[in-house]
Design a protein around this ligand. Sequence first.
Ligand code: AMP
Ligand code: MG
Length: 327
Amino acid sequence: MLGLGIESTAHTFSCAVMEKKNSTGKILSDVRRIYRPPDGEGIHPREASRHHIDAGPAVLSECLAKAGIDIGNLDIISYAAGPGLGPCLRVGAVVARSLSSYYKIPIYPVNHALGHIELGKLLTGARNPLVLLVSGGHTMLLAFLNKQWRVFGETLDITLGQLLDQFGRSIGFASPCGRDIESLASNTSEYIQLPYSVKGNDVSFSGLLSAAKSVAKKNKNGACFSLQETAFAMMSEAVERALSFTGKKELMVVGGVAANKRLSEMLQDVCKRHGCKFFVVPLKYAGDCGSQICWTGLLESQAKPGAKMKDTFVTQSWRLDSVVVPY
Ligand code: AMP
Ligand code: MG
């Protein structure tokens, strides 16, 4: 089976072609263009969607050329139908619908969060993990039971990615800022006390954001270091409790923030204490990309036919725990 996956939920427009044989998947191409807002500013949904419209044709042609296939060879097309920014989601959906109806190829709307998880499982080999999904759009702890991903904890306000990006922009970085913060944090090991807020198994980052911004006025390196230490310790506490509760023997971290080395280090310590295997998605596939959507569409195509055109929706707030996984 050959699939094309289209990702356009937020800053990234990406197309990927993958081949599925039995339960193995091979990425034949994965091409991306990322919208970069001006320094100090966040994503403007309309500007990002314009970026995607401009980038779309070149990304699609390059993706097919790199995979060495024609559109007619594709068995299915999948696109990220949510959650995400409405204007951005619509661009991917329009490209997918046009190709599907013109070339008569079955179409699959895919949940973006499920895409992060399924590609993570394929690339790491994790089988039944507790999942920590930490990205621009998500901060969730999840475990799979009876065909659905169940939430064991999540953010009560902003996501871990938003915490890093909003803080980073306040000190003049361009979004996404996670990597720049990680780099400044590595200049020091001076910890400055910051608000730590875990409520039950949920986390809240907005107090931490305000306090870190105020520390950064005097000490940028110390603020970056302390922000990472505090936020990642909060996540580690929630992970540890969820591991105890679920008894899972695998932890898998996915999403853009999974690229952070310090986060992995802290979670590895937690895993050691619980006799649990640690998996982290490879850096190249941590952030949003077409392969996540493509692989999930290929898995879904084992279990159900493509969607009718009238059902090719986009939903800005499509929660993962409402998705029934049919395969
Ligand atoms: P995604 O929405 O999955 O594409 O993830 C994007 C998020 O990942 C943004 O908030 C980035 O700041 C964050 N990110 C990327 N690289 C790193 C890193 N090395 N450390 C922490 N966060 C990161
Ligand atoms: Mg994402």
